[in-house]
Structures are given as structure tokens and as C-alpha cells.
Design a protein around this ligand. Structure first.
Ligand code: C2E
Ligand code: MG
Ligand code: MG
Length: 723
């Protein structure tokens, strides 16, 4: 605001200064113009007189023998009529008055009296110039001898009028007639500075209201040129109204300028106000943006960026005394199930409620942040280990507590990992990773627990990472292959096989699926791995007509969009009949109401694949799952087969499962049958199909082909060799 108005004031000052300067410069110019113009005017009058008295004829008629008529015609009358010289006098070489004319008429010589004193003071200068010029010598053959006129001017006040008085020496022009003596006559002329002269002069130099004034009066707002007499005393003044172009400009422009200035001030005022609003808005939006950049939108808790900032600061502080810093990683267990079964709104509400409970529980923590998804981090300084343990337990209890919501009771578990830092030089990312590793330990250890980070855990994690990288490589390096475990009927006839994946690690040897399948599920590698299994199994079993083949499919595969389409495409490519294949799913894969899972199962069934529920009895043994997905077969888990002993409890359970399957019209198979005793007891319960080491070990495709008398689908290169 100050700058804008300061700028405007400066502009106004500059304009005033410029206007004044215009006027001053114009006045100085006018002064010089009038001075110069008046001098030129006098020169012009001198020239007029000189033309009349500087010629041979004038020498003859004024010097040799004075001719009054000549003087009348050429001087008195001529100069008055054509040039307005009111007075003309001729003095002879001895300076005696010999002629006088006033107003063009010859007069008595006494008319010279008013000018005599002045004339006699001017003549010495003329004479001095005459002496300096020297005698005139005619030049032979030349016409004009060109002698400069000898003249003297003075301004005088005579009888109330101001005159330009001139004394002019009579001189020849061609020099045919020369003055008689060394001195020639002198002509005195007077030209009044009258209104005619003033008018002509002001017209010539465009002066406004030019007047001849008494020099003692000095009217305001007028400029003047003082005319001085022979003694330098002021006689009169040429006075005019100065031009003042600056003032004229100002007068012309002052209203538009004033209007412009007011408008400009208004605009400046508006701009300043608008600027203020913009600045306020900017500050507000910057604050908003900073909040957004550092906070999670759903819970308004600090986000990852803020967590790193704070953690960096806390780690940079000195660890003096017993000061320790705990990084607590809180991860919800099976949060995805809530999202899948109740929808994302329920998931959001649960996350918000967890955030609220964390705020309530960790009131004195340094920071509670949401890392995204279902992961939270609490930073807390402490000195007593017991306090930290207490805080961790309280967090666990608070997060796992049931909450009421618009979707009904929401319940979720959580796993905690705690990294305790008691020394400097730890990177924030490292501290967080430690807490993360501990948290995964909690998950692996059965969830709903707190694990404190130990350096060995890091090694285990590293080993897992290595294994993950190796598994990625294994997909392409041929260390993965399939084996098939026979499934037999009561007579021991092989009716089906289950395809099982094997990994022969080039350095570590055989790695069991129970190790690498969960790893693949967590890392997403299960999708390419699953595709590998499908391709391989379809290729190897394509010609096993009459033999059913079970293929294990993970919940992750089933949840992936387009899985059924992939299976269909691969089956078509291999030219196999879907009716011969049984997809083995676990109960947990079918829990919840994930529409993609349901869509995939339905599509697979429509295409002719049958569905077996694997590890039956270890999950929820839910009737609704059996019905909803119209499963074809259940596979009684090995744990129940192992439990078949004399106590009869195991048999009761198996008996119940078999009855359940019968009532739903499902077939039943028992897994993990290792002894004849188990087989008998199973038979007694009504089970007619068996899979286990007793009836057949998992073996490669070739062995199965031999065993069953089927044609093995040999690798292409072997066929060529035999061919
Ligand atoms: P599962 O589907 O329940 O497979 C049966 C497991 O029991 C196999 O272990 C098999 O070798 C083992 N088994 C069979 N008979 C006996 C027995 O008499 N006694 C004992 N102790 N065990 C027996 P494996 O091959 O280690 O597979 C373990 C699990 O890994 C499988 O359980 C299955 O869930 C998973 N898996 C294996 N292959 C694949 C695959 O290709 N894809 C997927 N998604 N999962 C697979
Ligand atoms: Mg299985
Ligand atoms: Mg099983």
C-alpha cells in the first residue's frame, strides 16, 4: 500500500517539476529570442538608413554642395514614408546642423534641439570609426568599393516617447564621388518605438500581448526586456505575457490527470486489497497443503513423511542417562477379511476407530502415525522397560477390543513389533525396519502378540529375502517340478492323483512347500508359481485318460481377477478335459464374500472342474461354505487320521465328517493315511478313498504312468531320442 501510494506521489511530484522546468526553459528561450530579435530589428533599421546615405549621390548632395531637396526626397521624406523614421537631421563635416525633417516634412533647424545633446554624444564614436577607416581610395576598374556603414545607435526618451536614434556617417558606394575632406557629414535619424513597431515585432516573434511599459512598473506574471539609454539607465521595457507551455499543458491535462490519478489510486487500493486476500488465501492453502503432506486423510494422524521427520529428530537427540526410544509397529491381523466381507466403508471405520484407540492409549507418546493400509507406528521415549512393556500390552488390548459400528460388531487382531534404540547413529529407516521385522515375528508366532526386536531376527529376515529372490529365479531355472500322489479306492485301485509342487534348490536341496508356498503367497509370487503348476500339470497329465488329477490352488490365486479365464485358457492350450481335474481349495480361501473368489469358483465349476475342500476340519468346517460353493468332495485332514486310536475320539470325529459329507452328497477322502490300522478304522467310519504314504508316495509323472499302466507324457527331447 505504502509503496503504491509513494509511487503515485512521486509521479505527481515529477509531473509538477517537469511542468515548472518547461515554463522556465520556455521563459529563458523567449528572453533570448526577444533580446536577439530587438537587436536584429535595430540592425534592420540601420541598414535602411545606410542604404539612403551611403552612396556617391549622397556625398555629392550632402557633402560637396548641400542640396536640401535631395535631402528631403532621399532622407527626410523617404525614411519617414517607407520606414517610419519620424525625425531626420543632417550635420555637416563640422557638425553644424544643416537639415531637419520631422514627420517627413522639412522643418526649422531648431527641431534638432531635443536630440542634439544625445547626437553630440554619439558622434565621437562615428568619427573615431571614420578615422580608423581612413581616407577612401577609388579602385580602378571596380565598380563598388564596399565600405561598411559607420553607425551608432542609442535608445532615448524624447518628449514622452521612446526612440531608436541612429547616427550614420555619409559615405560613397562606388567611390566615383569622394568626400571633400577627411570628415563627412553625419545623418541623425530617430525611429519611435510605437504601436506599429510593437505589433510588427510581436507578430514576428509570436509574443503574447507585447507592450512598451515604464520600466519602473513591473507587472506580475509578465516577462520583460529593459531598454537602456546611452548611460545604461533604463528607459522603457518591452513586456509580454510569457508562453508557459508547462502551465498550459497542466491546465489542459489537469482534469484528465486528476481523474486518472484517482482511478489509479482506486485501482491500487483494490489491487492491494485483492493482494491481501490472495496472500491470506495462500497462507491458508499452504497450511492446508502442509497438513495434507504430513497427515493421513482418513485418520488425520501424521503420515509416513512426518514419521520420518520426527524419528530423525528423536534419533539425533543425545541418548543421555536412561533415555531410550521405542519404535512400535502395530499391524492389524486379517484386516483384509473385514474389507472383503463387509466392504471398504467398514474397513475405513475400523481404521478410524483403531486410530482413536491408539490416541487414547498412547497419550504421552511422541508420535502416533499411520503408515498406510493397516499399519501404525508409535514413537515413545521411556526410561523404565516395564513402562514400555505396559504400553505395548495396553495397545494390544485396546486395538483388539471389539467395537460397535454401523456394520455391527467389528473385531480385529493385531501384531506388535517393538524396536528399542538406546544409542545414536541409527537411521530412521533402519529403526523402522527393525520394528517391522519384530512385528512379522509376532505374525509368524500366531499373531495377537508383542515381539521385541533382536538382532538375530534380522538374519532370519535376510534369509527369507534371499529365499524369495531364489524362488523368483527358480521359476525359470528348472529347479521346480511336480510330483503326483496316488489316491486309491477301498480295493487299492488308483482312481486319482494329487499334484504336489517340489523345489530342488541348487544349494539348499529340497525345500518343502510349507516353507515356500506361504512365502510366495505373501510376496505375490504365487501367481506366476500357480501358472507354472497349471501348465506343468496339464502338460504331464494330458494323456492320463480316466485318471482324475487334483491341483492345489491358493486363496491368493482365487482372489485374482481372471483366474478362471487363465485356467480355461491353459486347459484349452493343453487340450485337456476339465472334467478330469479337481481344484483343491482350503476353507479359508472360501470364507468371506469376496465377489472375485465366488466368480472364479462358479466359472470353474461351470467349465467342468470339480472342487475339493482340502484340509477339511482344520478351518471352520462351515456347512454354509460347502453348500454355497457346492463343493464336490472333502479331504479329511491328516491330523484327524493321526488321531485315530483306541480312545475312539478320533473315530467319532471322522465318523461325523463322513456322515455330514454323505448327507450333503459329497464324496470323502482321507489324507495322510500311513498305516493299515488307520485305513481300517477309516473304512469302519465309512470312508472309501485314501491318500497317504501307505497307499502311494508322491512320485514323478513317469512313475505314475508306469504304476497305472497309462501312457506317460514324456518330455519332447526324450521322445525324439527314442524315435
Ligand atoms: P496338501 O494339499 O494337504 O497336500 C498334502 C500334503 O501331505 C503333501 O505335502 C503330501 O506330501 C503330504 N502327505 C501325503 N501323504 C502323507 C502321509 O502319509 N504322511 C504325511 N506325513 N504326509 C503326507 P507337501 O507336498 O509337502 O505339501 C504341503 C502343502 O503344500 C499341501 O498340502 C498344499 O497345501 C501345499 N502345496 C503343495 N503343492 C502345491 C501347489 O502346487 N500349489 C499350491 N498352491 N499349494 C501346494
Ligand atoms: Mg492338497
Ligand atoms: Mg491337505
Amino acid at each position: 500500500m505504502a509503496m503504491t501510494f509513494g509511487g503515485l506521489a512521486l509521479l505527481v511530484l515529477l509531473a509538477v517539476f517537469l511542468i515548472q522546468r518547461f515554463d522556465v526553459v520556455a521563459a529563458e528561450r523567449d528572453q533570448a529570442l526577444v533580446e536577439h530579435g530587438f537587436a536584429r530589428q535595430v540592425d534592420e533599421f540601420n541598414a535602411v538608413v545606410a542604404t539612403q546615405v551611403d552612396w556617391d549621390d549622397a556625398i555629392k548632395s550632402l557633402d560637396h554642395k548641400f542640396d536640401a531637396d535631395w535631402a528631403d526626397f532621399n532622407v527626410g521624406n523617404y525614411l519617414y514614408t517607407f520606414n517610419g523614421f519620424s525625425h531626420a537631421f543632417v550635420l555637416d563635416r563640422d557638425e553644424r546642423t544643416i537639415y531637419a525633417a520631422v514627420g517627413g516634412e522639412r522643418r526649422d533647424l531648431a527641431a534638432f534641439a531635443p536630440f542634439e545633446v544625445l547626437a553630440r554624444r554619439m558622434i565621437p564614436a562615428v568619427r573615431a570609426a571614420e578615422v580608423k577607416r581612413g581616407p577612401i581610395r577609388p579602385r580602378a576598374g571596380k565598380n563598388n568599393i564596399v565600405i561598411p556603414p559607420i553607425q551608432k545607435n542609442a535608445i532615448a526618451q524624447v518628449g514622452g516617447k521612446t526612440y531608436i536614434v541612429t547616427a550614420t556617417l555619409v559615405q560613397p558606394d562606388f567611390g566615383k564621388i569622394l568626400p571633400k575632406g577627411p570628415r563627412a557629414p553625419v545623418v541623425i535619424t530617430a525611429k519611435p518605438i510605437d504601436s506599429a513597431l510593437i505589433k510588427a515585432f510581436s507578430g514576428r516573434y509570436l509574443l503574447d500581448n507585447l507592450l512598451l511599459l515604464d520600466p519602473t512598473v513591473q507587472p506580475r506574471k509578465r516577462q520583460q526586456l529593459v531598454l537602456r539609454d546611452i548611460d545604461g539607465a533604463s528607459v522603457a521595457a518591452l513586456s509580454w505575457v510569457p508562453r508557459q507551455p508547462g502551465t498550459a499543458l497542466r491546465k489542459q491535462l489537469q482534469w484528465p490527470l486528476l481523474g486518472g490519478l484517482v482511478l489509479l489510486s482506486l485501482m491500487a487500493g483494490l489491487a492491494v486489497r485483492r493482494g491481501q486476500t490472495i496472500v491470506t488465501e495462500l497462507i491458508a492453502s499452504e497450511t492446508r497443503a502442509r497438513h495434507l503432506a504430513y497427515h493421513d486423510q482418513l485418520t488425520q494422524l501424521p503420515n509416513r513423511a512426518m514419521l520420518f521427520d520426527r524419528l530423525r529428530n528423536l534419533l539425533a537427540m543425545r541418548f543421555e542417562g536412561d533415555r531410550k526410544l521405542a519404535v512400535i509397529c502395530v499391524d492389524l491381523d486379517r484386516f483384509k477379511d473385514v474389507n472383503d466381507t463387509l466392504g471398504h466403508h467398514a474397513g475405513d471405520e475400523l481404521i478410524q476407530s483403531v486410530a482413536m484407540r491408539l490416541r487414547e492409549t498412547c497419550g504421552d507418546a511422541q508420535l502416533i502415525a499411520r503408515l498406510g493400509g493397516d499399519e501404525f507406528v508409535v514413537l515413545c521415549e521411556f526410561t523404565e522397560p516395564a513402562h514400555l512393556q505396559d504400553l505395548a500390552d495396553r495397545i494390544l488390548a485396546a486395538v483388539c477390543a471389539r467395537t460397535d459400528s454401523q456394520f455391527g460388531w467389528l473385531e480385529v487382531g493385531c501384531s506388535l513389533g517393538v524396536a528399542v534404540i538406546d544409542h545414536g547413529g541409527v537411521e530412521p529407516s533402519e529403526a523402522l525396519r527393525w520394528a517391522d521385522v519384530a512385528m512379522y515375528r509376532s505374525k509368524e508366532g500366531g499373531r495377537m502378540r508383542v515381539t521385541f526386536f533382536e538382532p538375530e531376527m534380522d538374519d532370519a529376515l535376510r534369509a527369507r529375502r534371499l529365499l524369495e529372490a531364489d524362488l523368483r529365479l527358480a521359476l525359470g531355472d528348472g529347479s521346480l517340478h511336480m510330483v503326483y500322489q496316488p489316491q486309491v479306492d477301498r480295493k487299492g485301485q488308483v482312481t486319482a492323483v494329487e499334484a504336489l509342487l517340489r523345489w530342488n534348490h541348487p544349494e539348499r536341496g529340497a525345500i518343502p512347500p510349507s516353507t515356500f508356498v506361504p512365502l510366495a503367497e505373501e510376496t505375490g509370487l504365487i501367481l506366476p508359481l500357480g501358472e507354472f503348476v497349471l501348465r506343468r500339470v496339464f502338460a504331464e497329465t494330458a494323456r492320463w485318460d480316466g485318471l482324475r488329477v487334483g491341483i492345489n490352488v491358493s486363496a491368493v490365486q482365487l482372489r485374482s481377477q481372471g483366474f478362471a479365464a487363465l485356467v480355461t485358457r491353459l486347459a484349452a492350450q493343453a487340450g485337456v478335459d476339465p472334467m478330469r481335474y479337481e481344484i483343491e481349495l482350503t476353507e479359508t480361501a472360501l470364507l468371506g464374500d469376496d465377489p472375485v473368489t465366488a466368480g472364479n469358483v462358479e466359472a470353474l465349476k461351470r467349465l467342468g472342474f470339480s472342487i475339493a475342500l482340502d484340509d477339511f476340519g482344520t478351518g471352520y468346517s462351515s456347512l454354509s461354505v460347502l453348500q454355497r460353493f457346492s463343493v464336490n468332495r472333502i479331504k479329511i485332514d491328516r491330523s484327524f487320521v493321526c488321531a485315530l486310536d483306541d480312545s475312539g475320539e478320533g473315530e467319532a470325529l471322522v465318523d461325523a465328517m463322513v456322515k455330514l459329507a454323505r448327507s450333503l452328497n459329497l464324496s470323502v477322502i482321507a489324507e495322510g493315511v500311513e498305516t493299515e490300522d488307520q485305513r481300517k478304522r477309516l473304512m469302519a467310519c465309512g470312508c472309501r478313498e485314501f491318500q497317504g504314504y501307505l497307499t502311494g508316495m508322491p512320485q514323478d509323472a513317469g512313475s505314475i504312468a508306469n504304476l497305472t499302466g497309462l501312457e506317460g507324457d514324456l518330455p519332447a527331447e526324450t521322445i525324439r531320442k527314442r524315435g
